[in-house]
Design a protein around this ligand. Structure first.
Ligand SMILES: [Zn+2]
Length: 91
């Protein structure tokens, strides 16, 4: 019997290794956060971290996600806001 191989990726926020399909793949392009378009460097955020972000009361999670995005994008901008906007578009 063939072993089922899962593609695991690390969430940039919580650092958990998660199955690729459970993650949102993003990239930073010209200081804008966009969905990955098969070009360039990308990173992943898991659904758990995203749901934390969608509950506005969680300031601690917000800061943590913001910090991770700053690190990935290598500069500081309104990435969390961009991510939130992106999520409302997806829905
Ligand atoms: Zn996560």
């Amino acid at each position: 019997m063939a072993e089922l191989k899962l593609t695991l990726r690390t969430c940039i926020v919580c650092r958990k290794k998660i199955e690729q399909k459970e993650l949102l793949r993003l990239k930073c392009e010209d200081k804008k956060l966009v969905l990955y378009n098969n070009y360039g460097r990308s990173f992943y955020i898991c659904k758990d971290c995203i749901s934390l972000l969608q509950s506005d009361i969680n300031q601690k999670a917000y800061k943590k996600i913001e910090k991770s995005l700053f690190k990935e994008c290598k500069n500081k901008d309104k990435y969390v806001e961009q991510l939130k906007e992106m999520l409302t578009d997806v829905r």
